[in-house]
Ligand binder design. Structure first.
Ligand SMILES: NC(=O)c1ccc[n+]([C@@H]2O[C@H](COP(=O)([O-])OP(=O)(O)OC[C@H]3O[C@@H](n4cnc5c(N)ncnc54)[C@H](OP(=O)(O)O)[C@@H]3O)[C@@H](O)[C@H]2O)c1
Length: 319
């Protein structure tokens, strides 16, 4: 504990506030994924690939019981602890549960929210950091709840149940991510939350909140279309309609846009973006960027690289 607080002090974040703890979690997780970009391709794929992209462990033939030459130690190690890709549903159960929990804490003036909000607010006052008003905080919380609910319904009623795997580390990281995000969306509005418990506050929609919420709604609708389209495909074909004409992974593009717009909605007064939510976007960019890169390699090997010419992987004009 002493050495970790020493390290944080060296990094300029001595005694982090709850919002800073969320940022540290996202940035350390994103940095770990970025670092994997430096390891050899087969190791990176063994650690990161999940779903259809993950090569099935090869069965030794009757003639030769020797392992495949391209099967490394990491492939063997990560073949343990594989869970179904369909366990993604747990992420959205977690996300929605946290949204409901924090919503209930707000309505009942719960002691956990009060403790965390007081820690955050006193740190913001000390460092003179601007905070989010009540409207931005509540709208961000509602957008996060509706995103969790939509994804949960998609997992239940849209996505085709498959048998592809993911490593349990992805699953555990996903659960931690949605737990940290559940706090990040309201934490910088701690001052407004505490104040509204003492005196009722007026709800005031600024153009920033309205635009952010509209973009978030649009991105969610487009992502839903992508998921419905993928669910209607014969497994595994090259997706080539709608947004898939222009992107390898448009559902990831819209995921990034969702978090960007959430960061705009939950921005502190006088700011364009909310830092903890922005840090979650950095994690999403690293995580989905690595997966989308693997998807491109997988499509190229399965359907031919010429079929992918002219498509962005995930970010228009950039990636
Ligand atoms: N916030 C985050 O950090 C984060 C992280 C990961 C994902 N997500 C979001 O969660 C959503 C799902 O992500 P994902 O990584 O699971 O997406 P995915 O790997 O593309 O899979 C989505 C679904 O489509 C199926 N599928 C994929 N490619 C297909 C193809 N070529 N032909 C037929 N079916 C295909 C998959 O089947 P199988 O089940 O058989 O693979 C799965 O059911 C995305 O919108 C993503 O943005 C968010």
């Amino acid at each position: 504990m002493g050495s970790s607080s020493g390290l944080l002090a060296t990094l300029g974040v001595g005694d982090p506030s709850p919002a800073e703890w969320c940022q540290i979690f996202f940035i350390v997780s994103a940095a770990s994924i970025f670092m994997l970009a430096a390891v050899p391709e087969h190791m990176r794929r063994a650690l990161l690939d999940y779903g259809a992209r993950r090569a099935k462990p090869s069965q030794p033939s009757e003639k030769s019981k020797a392992p495949e030459p391209n099967q490394g130690v990491l492939d063997v190690l990560t073949s343990y602890g594989q869970v179904p890709h369909s366990w993604f549903i747990h992420f959205y159960i977690t996300s929605l549960s946290w949204s409901i929990f924090w919503g209930y804490q707000y309505l009942s003036k719960g002691s956990l929210m009060r403790t965390v909000a007081e820690m955050q607010h006193s740190s913001a006052v000390k460092s003179q950091t601007p905070e989010v008003d009540l409207t931005g905080t509540l709208v961000a919380w509602m957008l996060m709840s509706s995103q969790g609910a939509r994804r949960l319904l998609e997992c239940l009623f849209v996505t085709k149940p498959g048998s592809s795997p993911m490593w349990f580390v992805h699953w555990a990281l996903g659960l931690s991510y949605y737990t940290a995000l559940g706090v990040s969306v309201w934490i910088q509005g701690s001052g407004a939350i505490l104040q509204s418990w003492e005196h009722p506050q007026l709800i005031h929609f600024t153009p920033q909140v309205i635009i952010g919420a509209a973009v978030s709604g649009w991105a969610g609708a487009q992502q839903h279309q992508c998921h419905s389209y993928l669910a209607g495909l014969k497994k595994y074909t090259l997706p080539n309609e709608g947004w898939f004409k222009y992107f390898i992974c448009p559902h990831y593009t819209f995921e990034c846009l969702l978090y960007l717009s959430l960061s705009v909605v939950a921005a502190p007064t006088g700011c364009i973006l909310n830092r903890p939510v922005l840090c979650s976007l950095i994690f999403v960019l690293a995580n989905l960027g690595a997966t989308a890169y693997g998807t491109k390699a997988w499509y190229a090997s399965k359907f031919g690289a010429d079929k992918l010419v002219g498509k962005w992987i995930m970010i228009p004009f950039v990636f």
